[in-house]
Every structure is written in C-alpha cells, then in structure tokens.
Design a binder for this molecule. Sequence first.
Ligand code: ATP
Length: 479
Amino acid sequence: MSAPNIDTIVSLAKRRGFVYPSSEIYGGLGSAWDYGPLGVELANNVRQAWWRWMVYERDDIEGLDSSIILNRLVWKYSGHEETFTDPLTECRKCHSRFRKDELHKQPPDRFVRVGVSDTSGLIVSPMCPNCDATDWTEPRPFNLMFRTHVGATAEDDADALVYLRPETAQGIFINFLNVLNTSRRKLPFGVAQIGKSFRNEVTPGNFIFRTREFEQMEMEYFVRPGEDEQAHQEWIDACHQWFQSIGISGDNLRLYEQPKEELAHYAKRTVDIQYRFFPERDDEERHWDELMGIANRTDFDLRTHSKKPEDSEGKRLNPDSTEDLSYFDEQTKQRFYPYVIEPAAGVNRTVLALLMDAYSEKTTDKGETRVILKLHHSMAPIKVAVLPLAKNKPEIVGMAKAIKRSLQPVVRAVYDDTGGIGKLYARQDEIGTPFCVTVDHQSLEDEAVTVRDRDTWEQERVKVADLATYLLQRLTEQA
Ligand code: ATP
C-alpha cells in the first residue's frame, strides 16, 4: 500500500513534524515549506545515502560544493539568461497566470470546445483552474531565475545584477579544470554536488513537489565522445535501481523517454525517472511526474564556457572566458571537449516519494485504524525508541535512559515517556521508527528488554548486553 494522495502526506507531515508550511504565523509564503525535527532527519538520510552511493562507493567520482551566487556570465553562456523560461499565459477574466504546458495537463473535462479549425478538427481551450474561463493571453516566455544584486550598489545597477542559481550543475562545469587538475583524474570521471537551487516557478504547488526553493543532487559524469550513449544508459539503470534500494517500490517508478520536442537545448537524450505522485487521478497516464532527470548534455557546457571555440568567421564565441575547458587524452594524444551525462534528482521530491511509498494503514483488534510509515530502515528518521513501561518508577526510567544513551553512538535513538505504552507505539509507527525497546519491571530482574517490530508488531525479548548488536543486525538486514 502507498498513500492514496499527496494530501494524506501533507496532514501527516504537519501533525508529526516532518514538514510545516513556512512563515505560517504571517499567513505563509506560497509554496514554501520548512522541514521539522523528523523532516530534517529524513532529508539528511536521503542526502547521505546518495552521497555514499555516488561518491564513496565508487572510485571515479569527486564531491564539490560551489557557490549559489555565481558570476552572471555563467548564466549568459550556459543559455539560462535567454532560454530558461516557461511559457506564461494569463486568464483575461481573473488575471491568474499559469504555465501553458501545465494548463494542458488538466483532465479532459477541463477543456472546452471553442471553435473548429479549417481542417474541421475541433479547437479546444483549457479552462482556468481559478475561474473556469477559457479566454487566455498569448503565451510569453517568463524567465525563472531569481534576480538580486551584489555589493552596496543601486538596485537598478545592471553591473551588480546576479541570479540565485537555478541548477547546481553550472557550478560543476566552471570547476571542471580545478577538479581535474587537483585530483589528477582521467576520463571517465564525475563530480557530484548537493545543494539548493531556486526557480521562480509560475505555478508551484503539490506540497514539496514543486517549490521555488528546493534542493538538488546532481552529478556530472565526463566521458569521451562516442562513449556517451552507453554511459548514459548505465546511469539510467543505476539510478532506477538506487531509488528501489532506498525503499521505493518499483511498481511506483517508471522511465519516461523525453520526446525530441521536450528536450532542453543542450540535450541529446533525456530519460526521466517518474514516480506515481498522483495515484488518485482517473487517467493512469496522469499518475506520474518527474522525480529525477538523466540527461546526455553532450559537450555543450564545457564548450560554451571555453575561450577557444570560434564561429565560421574566426570570432570567439565566448570572448569573456579566460580558460579552455578541453581535455587532453594521453592515450590518443587528442584534445577534445568531454561529453557529460547528468543524473539530477531532487531531495524534496525524493522525500515526498519516500513518504508516499511508505504510507500504510493497519486495523487493530479493536477496529482502530493505525498509520504505519514503513520507511526503509536506512531512511527512518529515528531507528530506535526506548520506552519505559512505567514512568513513575525511577529504576525503570533510569534504566531506559541509560539504554538510550548507550545506543546513541551506534544508532539514532530517542527516549519517550510522554504517554501510555500503546500510544507511544502508535506514535513511533506513524513516524516510521523500525524498533521500539520497552523497559518493564521484569527488566530490572533479568537485564532484558522487549523489542517490538514496527511492521509485524512482533515482540522479542533481548538481553541488554546484546541489544546494540541485535538492533544493528536487524537494521541492516533489510534488503
Ligand atoms: P519539471 O519538469 O518538474 O519542472 P525539470 O525537468 O525542470 O522539472 P530538472 O531541471 O531536470 O527539473 O531538475 C532535476 C530535479 O530537480 C527534478 O527531477 C526534480 O526532482 C528537482 N526539481 C526541479 N524543479 C523543482 C522544483 N521547482 N521544486 C522541487 N524540485 C524540483
């Protein structure tokens, strides 16, 4: 089972401290969200798992953390100043603004016939999601980059204009030579980065799915031209597998081949990994949306940031760059611009997919419905909760607190005595804690505790001396 819709997760997330609406005491800020005590742990687990998989477990990838604000020229030559736009259209009746392509993703009953074309095909128009009108302005390109300015200059000083980065990738390209030279790498190799990106989205929404401030996990894998297609396919397969390794069901993931007309200006081929974010929609095709994109960016980026390339009249294409980002291949004695394969995932969409996928309900013997978040053990914000059966018995409380302290260096553990044991178990199930350890009267006698499993509710008696080893084994045995 997974969540029936995103709304179920919005309410669980707020109730249990995963994600809160941002700036709520001032009426909020459209589509901005803050990560609470459990959300920050879950997001950290995602980042750490990705970094471990990308950087530590492979021998051909380095890490990087570049600036959010870069020289404006980076965005000029990357093409973002000119082309990082969405088609914006406005409802003439209520003046709400939307992304044209998003309007056209509405269900069929949100379209109205507005005429007949010469070839006798019907002309349909999407209805305004706000007021149902069908009178739209001509779409115009709207640049998604947030603008700000650096230094103590006037706000309208064009020389001071800078952008908040809309992707982390460019920070990697402009550091290509730095990483190459300092790590003495040879092709193929990659550079990974995790960090915030900003896009002034026209229609943000669907909780943390689309926000204006979000976090990306991107890796640029540099290869010889000609080896790009195979490397691309290998990364598509590896990323598809990775999402399953952190507990997302393969049934809720699919690969989507971007058609030529959807491809970004730099891409030769792009495959998205989509998640079933909208299972409640009637039309199965509309269940899916992007979790991650894996693009073959060719040599576009390294070439465009290089000083050498010239046009047919011998004029430099980039007169501002001071470097040539080409690569000299010792094997073939040739110099060329490497091709780049880019797996780019969102931390926030991964968190949402994990929460949706882990959501399940179970009915107790008494007929009560309980929510259980069956998160993969590696993703669970808290691994073990230590609970005293009687909080008014100092020996039991003391023993429980000592056990919590002894576990903490090994696993993320918490102590909780803020309710009866049934309530405490239910609370831990709802936040996805794999194991509860209960200290009872008997524990004082036999130095043993009860370990309860989140998914089966089965209980086992374990000696305190063996507890850390036992828990570590159970936590890591999950496939
Ligand atoms: P979309 O088509 O949904 O706008 P995109 O194709 O522009 O996304 P990419 O540029 O490929 O997205 O970015 C890589 C990843 O960054 C996406 O797969 C997604 O997980 C994440 N991402 C992009 N835009 C947003 C956003 N506004 N809010 C949250 N995550 C985002």
